[in-house]
Write a protein of this length. Structure first.
Length: 784
């Protein structure tokens, strides 16, 4: 008998080795797949000096983290040199090459920046979805809030581009700012710039009533929400400014660390710079001193505003105005300080004399030169003057901006919001003819917004030139992104208004036809269950049997008058009242359907509707048209609909200006990004700005003596053109035509640029006009 245990097959052993391979293997410090570097990066220190190479366990003297700053600081605005001239041929260039600074690169995890951007856009989505933009002051509040929170993101991004290091201090500061964005997102509903200035929260007028004097629960709740919202916003802004400076003093207590984010980071940078200057005998660049000391001003303003908001004076008219003044001045101060910091060169030292830190400023510009055997001057490495190490990170400003632009176009104000509206509209019966056309126009507008940004003359290329240029290129995204948000909200509102009016108009024509075809009789009980009318009304959210019984009760005075005794005038008036009311009810149902699940009607309009449904006088006057022709806006029916669609009508007045501002912003952004190299790039920039100006000129449509949606036929010439524009269902088609025209212009210019390139390379053997319509250009063979 064989007593030996069975052995595993070779295939089984090989499989186990694959599954548990490396289980007992020691680490390989020289691996080629990046695992060692990844581990060293993940085991991050508590803090790092941004001016010193990151210690990843590399051998001493490793220069992997240093790159020439000459490439980083290249400015394409300078005149291009001739191809046959070399800068290296001059003695001056050889001297300056000894002074080339080097950039110390700190690479951090990309998920941190992505997570931070998503947190900011989550705040934006909350503001857009939960905020009410039904009145001009609501839009002003939204813009003011967006300006403040945009700058929170921009200032932190500017810091990260220069000084972010892969340490725990930065991860914790990002975490604190995520909490701040969460607090801001939670306070959007109670924020309004006119609270305590033009009206009290929960009231239509300014009422100095204190919280102890309030008896109305709704008024009390509105005041509490507004008060808490303003306090959270004020303290969040102040806290965020401190968090940016949080990296500075190592002796901060826990509460002081929490109250110091942007300012703290810049102070810690200054502390590290001071240690490097002392070690290397260099003078601290002046640009490193601007924000650590300058942010004291904005911090004082923000914390003063926070204290004012928390006090009783914050609810007075003067206090409410003063807090916005403090906020505004604080933000302006910070923008100016950041621009000044970006404008300063690294070579410009602080106000302190360089001799006090060991090196003369004059000495740094005069490297010692030696004569070589050929008699030319040459600087030796040992005698080169040390230059200030310039910190750089792997944070790419262009990619960050592209990311948030994508989210904004696709979030609540863009595809997401419009898709929800589209779902609500297509679920409604009897859509009007303009609805499909407006769907197509909306799709064109959203698509071309993304196309013009990502496929412009500077797409896929980082901005060139000075740091100031890059900062202003980033700042120009503010009006661009804000314009996108407001434009897409306006597009959604115009889509709703056009769908509501056109569908209601079609429904009324169908209703008149079906009522005439079915020959309804009040004395016939079967008319209450007429199948065609029942189905027609049921699709529109109305019960036909109830409406029929209401009409019969009105005509017979609840059965007190026999139908045979009803006079023709009374029958006509009662039918007219019933018709006007059912028409308003259909409009109301369409409005609620198109606005979506969160639809609600303003209480003042609801009061007008209730009065219209119970008071016979107003609908009867509408039916008989007893008003003076010049007073058509007094009609109850038209007045209710106009107030119901007031926000949408206001948007129609200014939507072209928003589209124009976007085109102008795109053109200016393209120019600030880098200097156009040829006439074709200039053509795209100029065409964008020109298209924007042309759209803004369309604001003249608002001119007219009659500013009302409804007029008599003979008064149309006096009506403002914007309302005739609305009735022609051409608001969104006009914008789509403008975007499509700009697309065609840019496509033609791009084709011409390609033909010019092919012509220069002798790849086109025919006339340019004939080649324009030929097959796509081939860069490897001649086009015939």
């Amino acid at each position: 008998m064989n007593t030996q245990p069975p052995t595993e097959s070779p295939d089984r052993n090989e499989e186990n080795k694959r599954l548990f391979g490396g289980f007992f293997t020691d680490v390989d410090p020289d691996d080629k797949d990046g695992l060692t570097v990844q581990r060293l990066q993940q085991w991050r220190p508590f803090w790092q000096n941004p001016f010193v190479d990151p210690d990843l366990g590399n051998s001493p003297g490793s220069d992997l983290s240093r790159v020439s700053i000459a490439d980083v600081m290249a400015d394409d605005e300078k005149v291009l040199e001739k191809p046959n001239m070399s800068r290296g041929d001059t003695g001056l260039s050889k001297q300056s090459s000894a002074l080339n600074s080097s950039a110390v690169v700190h690479a951090g995890p990309t998920w941190v920046n992505l997570f931070y951007d998503l947190a900011w856009t989550a705040w934006f989505a909350s503001v857009t979805q939960n905020g009410q933009l039904d009145a001009p002051w609501d839009t002003v509040s939204y813009i003011a809030f967006f300006l403040a929170v945009w700058w929170l993101w921009a200032s932190q991004t500017l810091y990260s581009v220069h000084f972010y290091t892969n340490d725990w201090v930065h991860l914790l500061s990002i975490f604190v700012q995520l909490v701040i964005f969460g607090l801001l997102a939670a306070t959007t509903q109670g924020y309004n710039v006119i609270s305590y200035i033009l009206r009290s929260p929960g009231a239509d007028t300014l009422d100095p009533m204190t919280i102890d004097q309030m008896l109305d629960p709704k008024r009390y709740q509105a005041d509490r929400v507004a008060s808490y919202s303003l306090e959270v916003i004020a303290f969040s802004l102040a806290l965020s400014r401190h968090v940016s400076s949080i990296r500075t003093r190592r002796s901060f207590a826990h509460t002081e660390v929490f109250s110091a984010v942007l300012w703290f980071q810049h102070i810690l940078v200054y502390v590290f710079a001071h240690s490097v200057a002392k070690e290397k005998g260099l003078a601290i660049p002046q640009k490193l001193c601007v924000l650590p000391f300058g942010l004291v001003i904005s911090n004082a303003l923000f914390w003063g505003c926070a204290g004012l908001t928390h006090s009783a004076k914050g609810k007075t008219v003067l206090g409410a105005k003063l807090k916005f003044v403090l906020w505004g001045v604080g933000l302006v101060v910070e923008v100016v300080l950041h621009a000044y910091m970006e404008w300063l060169d690294w070579e410009k030292t602080s106000f302190k004399s360089a001799n006090q830190v060991g090196v003369s400023q004059d000495a740094t510009t005069q490297p010692k030169l030696l004569k070589n055997s050929l008699g030319t001057s040459q600087s030796t490495p040992a005698e080169q003057i040390q230059s200030w190490p310039i910190p750089r990170t792997n944070v790419n400003l262009r990619e960050r901006l592209e990311g948030i632009t994508t989210v904004i176009i696709g979030e609540a104000s863009g595809l997401n919001g419009i898709a929800g509206t589209l779902y609500s509209i297509i679920s409604a019966p009897g859509l009007g003819g303009p609805v499909p056309a407006n769907m197509a126009c909306t799709a064109f507008i959203v698509y071309f917004l993304a196309y013009f940004y990502f496929e412009g003359p500077t797409s896929r290329r980082d901005p060139k030139g000075s740091e100031v240029r890059k900062m202003w290129w980033m700042m120009l995204h503010l009006p661009f992104l804000l314009g996108i948000i407001l434009l897409l909200l306006g597009v959604k509102n115009q889509f709703i208004m056009t769908s509501c009016l056109s569908t209601a108009e079609k429904t009324f024509l169908q209703f008149d036809q079906i009522m005439g075809d079915e020959m309804i009789a009040l004395e016939d009980p079967t008319s209450a269950s007429n199948l065609p009318i029942k189905n027609f009304m049921l699709k529109r959210g109305i019960t036909w049997a109830e409406e029929f019984n209401k009409l019969k009760a009105s005509v017979t005075d609840n059965g007190t008058i026999p139908l045979a005794n009803v006079t023709s005038s009374k029958l006509e008036n009662d039918v007219g009242i019933w018709y006007m009311r059912i028409s308003l009810r259909i409009i109301e149902q369409y409005y609620m359907t198109f606005m979506g699940k969160n639809a609600k009607i303003d209480p003042s309009i609801e009061t007008m509707m209730k009065n219209y449904y119970v008071n016979d006088t107003v609908p009867l006057m509408d039916w008989n048209e007893v008003y003076e022709p010049a007073s058509l806006y007094h009609y109850g029916y038209e007045s209710i609909i106009s107030n119901l669609l007031k926000t949408h009508l206001q948007g129609a007045r200014y939507i072209v200006a928003l589209a124009g501002a976007i085109f102008i912003s795109l053109g200016v952004m393209n120019r600030i990004h880098s200097k156009p190299r040829d006439r074709f790039q200039w053509g795209i920039v100029i065409s964008r700005i020109s298209m924007g100006v042309a759209l803004i000129i369309l604001l003249l449509l608002n001119v007219g003596s009659i500013q009302w949606l409804w007029v008599w036929d003979y008064e149309e010439s006096k009506q403002a053109g914007v309302f005739r524009w609305v009735w022609a269902w051409m608001v969104l088609p006009t914008l789509a035509i403008a975007f499509a025209t700009e697309f065609i212009i840019e496509t033609v210019l791009l084709r011409c640029a390609g033909l010019a390139i092919a012509h220069k390379r002798d790849l086109v053997k025919t006339s340019l006009w004939r080649a324009f319509f030929n097959k796509p250009l081939s860069w490897s063979k001649s086009a015939k």
